[in-house]
Design a protein around this ligand. Structure first.
Ligand code: DP6
Length: 315
C-alpha cells in the first residue's frame, strides 16, 4: 500500500433473501431489500494506481466498459479528475451466476475510496458499490449482511461469520455464461411477470424471518425461508414473457437432493441466483455427508468448497 497505489481483495456474496427488481432508472436502487452471506474463498483482487492516464486490465470488453462507466460516475460524484490504472482478477468463473459483479465492484470501490476519498464511511462505500451492481453493496462487508431500503439504499453487517460459521458448497452446473444478465432479466420480470407485485409485497416478511433465524442461529427456519424466497424469485422469472429459465437438469436434481437430505436430518439447504449454479449451505458437521451425496448427481462440473466469511482485505 502507498498513497498512490492499493490492492484490495473483496469476496463474492450470495443472497439468502434476494434483491430482484429496481425501483428507479439509475443507480441500481433495489425494489426489495436483501440479506446475504459473504463467501470466504471466492474473491476479486483489484489494484488501483493513480496514474497519468486511465487504463483497465483483466476484463473482457463488456465488463471493461461497464467498469469505465462506473469510474467516471465515481469521479463525477466527488468532482475528481485523477486518472487511474486498474488491474483486476477473479479466482472463480465470471458471469455464470457466481456474483462476480458483486466482488468486482466492491473491490474497486474500496480501492478508489481508499486512495481518493479516505474519509468516506462504510455506508457511503456501500452506496457507491451499489451504483456498480446492486449486490456489490453487500460485498463491502463479510459475514451476514443486509441491505436497508432508503432513498439511497445501502448495506450493513448484521452478524460476523465467526458467530455462525456455516459451510457453503457451490455446485457448478454450467461453465459458460448465463443466457441473460441479471439487470436485463430483472427488467423483463418487473415488466411482464404477473406475480412480480406479490414478490415485492411479500418481501419484508421474508427479511424479518431470516433476520430472526440468523440472530437465533435457527438453521431450519433460515433454510425454509431462504428456499422459499429463492423459488419465489425464480417463479417471477419463469412467469415472465418470454420466460427466463436459468436452471439445468442438474440444478433441479440438487434441489431434490437437498430437500431429501434435510428430511433425513442432514442440515443443508439450497439457494440459486440468476444462473444454473446451486449453492448449498451446510452445518459444518454435515458438509461431508452432502459432498458424498452430490457424487451421485450427473452434470456437476465442479464443486467449490467455501464457508461464510469474506471480510475485505486491503493490502
Ligand atoms: C439474483 O447485483 O447482479 O443475484 O444491480 O443489475 O448489477 P445489478 O444486478 P445484480 O443482481 C443480483 C441478483 C441476484 C440476487 C441477489 O444477489 O440479491
Amino acid at each position: 500500500m502507498s498513497d498512490t497505489s492499493v490492492t484490495v481483495s473483496a469476496a463474492a456474496n450470495i443472497a439468502l433473501i434476494k434483491y430482484w427488481g429496481k425501483s428507479g432508472e439509475a443507480g441500481n436502487q433495489p425494489a426489495t431489500a436483501s440479506l446475504s452471506i459473504g463467501l470466504e474463498h471466492l474473491r476479486t483482487t483489484t489494484s488501483v494506481t493513480l496514474s497519468g492516464q486511465d487504463s483497465i486490465e483483466g476484463l473482457d470488453d463488456k465488463a471493461t466498459s461497464r467498469l469505465a462507466g462506473f469510474v467516471d460516475d465515481f469521479r463525477d460524484q466527488f468532482n475528481i479528475r485523477q486518472p487511474v490504472s486498474i488491474t483486476t482478477e477473479n479466482n472463480f468463473p465470471t458471469a455464470s451466476g457466481l456474483a462476480s459483479s458483486a466482488s468486482g465492484f466492491a473491490a474497486v470501490t474500496l480501492a478508489l475510496t481508499h486512495l481518493l476519498q479516505p474519509d468516506l464511511d462504510d455506508r457511503g462505500k456501500s452506496r457507491i458499490a451499489r451504483r456498480g451492481s446492486g449486490s456489490a453493496a453487500r460485498s463491502i462487508f463479510g459475514g451476514y449482511v443486509q441491505v436497508v431500503l432508503s432513498d439511497d439504499s445501502y448495506a450493513e453487517p448484521i452478524m460476523p461469520a465467526s458467530k455462525w460459521p456455516l459451510d457453503v458448497l457451490v455446485a457448478v452446473t454450467q461453465e459458460d455464461s448465463k443466457s441473460m444478465g441479471s439487470s436485463e432479466a430483472m427488467q423483463l420480470t418487473a415488466a411482464t411477470s404477473p406475480v412480480y407485485d406479490n414478490w415485492v409485497a411479500s418481501h419484508a416478511a421474508d427479511m424479518e424471518i431470516a433476520r430472526v433465524a440468523i440472530r437465533d442461529r435457527d438453521f431450519l427456519r433460515l433454510a425454509e425461508v431462504s428456499e422459499h424466497n429463492c423459488l419465489k424469485m425464480h417463479g417471477t422469472m419463469m412467469t415472465s414473457r418470454p420466460p427466463v429459465l436459468y436452471w439445468k437438469p442438474a440444478t433441479i436434481a440438487i434441489i431434490h437432493l437437498a430437500q431429501q437430505l434435510r428430511a433425513g436430518g442432514t442440515r443443508v439447504f439450497f439457494t440459486i441466483d440468476a444462473g444454473a449454479q446451486v449453492k448449498l449451505i451446510c452445518e459444518p458437521n454435515d458438509t461431508q455427508t452432502v459432498i458424498r451425496a452430490l457424487e451421485s448427481v450427473e452434470g456437476i462440473s465442479r464443486l467449490i468448497e467455501t464457508r461464510v466469511g469474506g471480510d475485505p482485505i486491503i493490502q
